[in-house]
Design a binder for this molecule. Sequence first.
Ligand code: ITT
Ligand code: NA
Length: 186
Amino acid sequence: MKLYLATSNRHKVEEVALALARYGVEVVAVRAEKLEIQSRSLEEIALTAAKNLREMDAPVAVEDAGLFIHALKGFPGPYSHYVYDTIGIPGVLKLLEGVEDRRAVFVSVIAVKTPDGRVEAFRGEVEGNITREPRGTRGFGFDPIFQPLGADKTFAEMSVNEKNEYSHRARAARALAEWLMKNFQA
Ligand code: ITT
Ligand code: NA
């Protein structure tokens, strides 16, 4: 089966493609116009984007993801891309200076539109901690400062395979794949 992924982020494509390979799903990146509304809900953002995609000859998915930091009451959450581009990792570490509670959750919501116009959303989450210093050079975004529970590495110190054992995105992608297997015949 083929799955289109409408994203400008090549790391997302790589991670989702690897997670879905074992289901026999081939991921094809498309630069379709993705409508990004502002909302506190990743579901609402992803579902709205999926509804606005044109129907294609195979299911087409969009993802919206964010990093929710407990001590910052969930900031940056849905604003993660903007915060990464503005204050960045140094700014986030500065906000957490002297803060003992380093808990954070990465959340991914993948919304899909089928060729017959059905739209569904799937959520994946991973709990972890914000490190004191950035570590690692792989991945993207906040990967150098996020260490999932049960790991002794940050996401940026992991291969894509290792990251997928923990990541929010891999979990959402697997939930999507299970749904497609049951509910969608190519
Ligand atoms: P598209 O909208 O084109 O898919 P994007 O990078 O803008 O790509 P989002 O709108 O979902 O994606 O923004 C999520 C931001 O959250 C992203 O830019 C990163 O800064 C951060 N983020 C999400 N998942 C992440 C991950 O696995 N590792 C590191 N940072 C992540
Ligand atoms: Na985006």
